[in-house]
Design a protein. Structure first.
Length: 276
């Protein structure tokens, strides 16, 4: 009995140490955001500032334009989530519920695209966006983010829909429901956990994406998102590290809060898709 208690405390201590180690960079970031530019380096790993410089946040929010970048990022992220859920859900429904020639090939191609880096496709994406007049627009950024790299979401939906009973569709057909009514009224609501998982993954990816917003906002700096806005603190002569730390903290807080409230649905969605 005594031995089991001892090893229990050993595990608890080890896990607590790992948590502290994992959280330390984030705590240091918040600490650096309240320090002066020289103090960030002179203090090293010391987390306690000599003086709390809240003006770093004011400089990031107002002077560097992060209030505008925050609005842009929210619009782009929410728009991307809506589009991704719409088209990946429909695609996953067809792949999961219907048998057709070439279905296995389509799934194989989707799986293969998961290893293709986004940088490989950025040139055709920009060329296509420029051809249709969507370069340097929020709409173009949303379409570029929602139209690429969504194979994981499609496969999650397909795995979940595959396990649902066929009687659901048969009952809907007897009631006169067509394909889209069956999907939107019955099947998609049942896939709530997967939708939550896809929404969380897509929101995090869109919020933190740097390359696509960077390329799409070369000609429109006012449309920059938060990750791209970090460039405002870097000049040819110096870098405002404390201001950048404050801006990074501002960027992280909403997404960390979002994930904190959505983590239960995220885990349920992953578990449900795998179980099905």
């Amino acid at each position: 009995m005594t031995g089991s208690i001892f090893w229990k405390w050993v595990r608890v201590t080890a896990l607590a140490a790992l948590v502290c180690l994992w959280c330390y960079p984030f705590v240091w970031l918040v600490s650096a955001s309240l320090k002066g530019p020289l103090e960030v380096f002179s203090k090293g790993l010391n987390l306690i500032p000599d003086q709390l410089l809240w003006e770093n946040y004011v400089r990031a929010w107002d002077t560097a334009g992060f209030s505008t970048y925050m609005v842009n990022t929210v619009i782009v992220s929410v728009g991307t989530v809506i589009l991704v859920v719409f088209h990946t859900g429909l695609t996953g429904y067809v792949l999961g519920r219907y048998q057709f020639v070439g279905r296995g090939l389509v799934i194989g191609i989707l799986a293969a695209t998961m290893i293709v880096p986004i940088g490989v496709t950025i040139i055709p994406i920009v060329e296509l966006a420029g051809a249709v007049g969507l370069l340097s627009t929020r709409e173009g950024i949303i379409l570029a983010l929602s139209g690429s790299g969504q194979a994981a979401a499609i496969l999650l939906y397909a795995g979940y829909f595959r396990g649902l009973p066929k009687e659901l569709e048969e009952s809907a057909e007897l009631d006169g429901a067509g394909f889209f009514r069956t999907y939107f009224s019955i099947m998609l609501p049942l896939a709530g956990p997967v939708t939550a998982t896809v929404s969380v993954l897509t929101f995090l990816a869109a919020w933190n994406n740097f390359l696509i917003p960077l390329v799409f906002t070369f000609g429109a700096p006012e449309l920059r998102t938060l990750p791209v806005g970090m460039l405002a603190f870097v000049s040819s002569n110096e870098t405002d590290w404390s201001g950048m730390a404050a801006a990074a903290t501002i960027s992280l807080l909403p997404v960390v809060t979002f994930f904190f409230f959505m983590q239960r649905y995220f885990v349920e969605g992953i578990a449900g898709a795998v179980k099905q």
